[in-house]
Design a protein around this ligand. Structure first.
Ligand code: NAD
Length: 493
């Protein structure tokens, strides 16, 4: 009998109103890991009510900002103490390498510590105006109940990226994790109570997007939506938020270019290309899925990338020697497979991969794949595949590659490999993406703000800027003049 998880509402586990549960499967072994509550609008109502009560409760509302920071710091400590447990739970849930998850869990407390330090720095400013007798100042206020909706590829990190700044600024939360990875976010909510967060400050409703996510987005008690997921869902959420004039932060999909110039250090660039597209089996929003290689080094880069792709050790994500685990669920594996078939039907050549690898486990494995014979107009180079599929294309000039790199609906990230400093700056300035990496790929920090351009998102995550996304700015005018207030209808000469 597998474990059963309820929602986490008002500081404790709560059975779903509809009394229904759904199964969550290990994508490597296909065993059923647990069942989780199948949330509906009734559960969302209960969670929003609990979060709203907590927002107005003096135990949270009047808690000093420094103490809010203490709670976040304590949560960071607890996450660190439970790192191995959380890493394993998440690895079993979505097939990510345990090794990679251990790495993520080392940096996760840093997200909480960073925003713990910012909690008592949510400040406004005094504004000079042209009226000397007027004192004008601004203050930043918490918004209220924030709805956070997250995907399955890095549930803990992506949830913490929302939770930490939202709590630092004094909000409360209702979180709807992906239906593929419910467990670790529930565990995070439990740890938050252990850290001392008052009941109802963090609530989790599990379930499907249409049944639990949509009612959260549309709930009148929500002051803001913070979403990470696909561009299609993000667009629906933006429309709903716009209709009610509430803010939304959207971190969406990508089709990032990774550009290797002829003057680059080619072994380093090849590793950067491999890391960009094959790490986490390509299931990252920032995947460098469009690789542009200068024609002078195209063959060498291709050979290096393909060689490493062929030697990647695929298998059980819990083992230390494994370098690539399964895709997270069957539909994701099928999607990746059908994109590769589509690419071939459009004229692409599969240099390596393009099939299920030889693995002793029944899960959703897909071999690291390199496509050649592609150009920037094909669907495999325009649409997000979200799997280990690199499309490698040659280019001749900087001007040409800049145009190709920017010729995409997305604008999440871009990589540039060059030893020419001036070119590095030129490219960084002109690439239309929220994050640019030069001679590196996938670098990330809670301190560094990131934003998706174009269809990759709205708003900012990480950094001081992200905390401001969870506040509203109030402008306050104080008349310091003792003179009588002038009659507005008496014109002064
Ligand atoms: P998804 O949009 O299908 O689902 C994301 C979340 O939204 C899930 O919790 C899901 O249940 C919920 N959801 C689905 N439909 C909904 C609806 N109508 N209303 C409200 N909620 C709904 O995305 P996914 O497949 O889980 O995640 C993969 C996507 O996430 C990729 O496109 C990837 O690029 C993107 N992503 C972006 C970032 C980033 O920071 N930009 C990070 C990771 C993943």
């Amino acid at each position: 009998m597998s474990e059963r998880y309820d929602h986490f509402i008002g500081g404790r586990y709560a059975a779903p109103v509809g009394d229904e549960y759904f199964e969550s499967t290990n994508p490597a072994t296909l065993e059923i890991l647990y069942t989780a509550a199948r949330g509906t609008s009734a559960d969302i109502d209960a969670a929003v009510a609990a979060a709203d009560r907590a927002f107005h409760d003096p135990r949270w509302r009047d808690l000093s900002p420094t103490r809010r920071g203490h709670l976040l710091r304590r949560l960071g400590d607890l996450v660190g103490q439970h790192a191995e447990e959380l890493a394993r739970l998440e690895s079993e849930d979505n097939g990510k390498l345990l090794r990679e998850m251990r790495g993520q869990l080392i940096s996760l407390p840093e997200y909480l510590y960073y925003y713990a330090g910012l909690a008592d720095k949510v400040q406004g400013s005094q504004v000079p105006t042209n009226s000397v007798q007027m004192l004008n100042y601004t203050q930043r206020e918490a918004l209220g109940v924030v709805g956070a909706i997250t995907p399955w590829n890095s549930p803990l990190t992506l949830t913490t990226s929302k939770l930490a700044p939202a709590l630092a600024a004094g909000n409360t939360l209702v979180i709807k994790p992906s239906e593929y990875t419910s467990r670790t976010v529930l565990r995070l909510a439990e740890l938050a109570v252990e850290a001392g967060f008052p009941d109802g400050v963090i609530n989790v409703v599990t379930g499907y997007g249409a049944e639990a996510g949509a009612p959260l987005v549309d709930h009148p008690g929500i002051a803001k939506i913070s979403f990470t997921g696909s561009t299609a869902t993000g667009s629906r959420i933006a429309a709903s938020a716009a209709a009610r004039f509430i803010g939304c932060t959207l971190e969406l999909g990508g089709k990032s270019p990774n550009i290797v110039f002829g003057d680059a250090n080619i072994p380093n660039a090849a590793m950067g290309v491999v890391a960009g597209i094959f790490a986490a089996a390509g299931q990252t929003c920032i995947a460098g899925s469009r690789v542009f290689a200068h024609r002078s080094i195209y063959d060498e880069l291709l050979e290096r990338v393909a060689d490493r792709a062929r030697s990647i050790v695929i298998g059980d994500p819990l083992l230390d020697e494994t370098e690539l685990g399964p895709l997270a669920f069957a539909a994701q594996r099928d999607k990746v497979g059908s994109y590769v078939e589509l690419g071939v039907s459009e004229g692409a050549t599969v240099l390596t991969g393009g099939k299920r690898p030889d693995v002793d486990l029944p899960g959703y494995f897909y071999a690291p794949t390199v496509l050649t014979g592609v150009d920037n107009t094909m669907r495999v180079t325009r649409e997000e595949i979200f799997g280990p599929v690199a499309a490698i294309m040659p280019f001749d000039t900087e001007e040409e590659v800049l145009k190709l790199a920017n010729d995409t609906d997305y604008g999440l990230a871009a990589g540039v490999w060059t030893q020419n400093l001036a070119r590095a700056h030129r490219m960084s300035r002109q690439l239309e993406a929220g994050t640019i990496w030069v001679n590196t790929y996938r670098a990330m920090s809670p301190m560094s703000p990131r934003q998706g351009f174009k269809s990759s998102g709205v708003g900012i995550e990480h950094g001081l800027e992200s905390m401001h996304e969870y506040t509203r700015l109030k402008s306050i005018w104080i008349n310091t003049d003792e003179d009588p207030v002038a009659d507005p209808f008496v014109m002064r000469g």
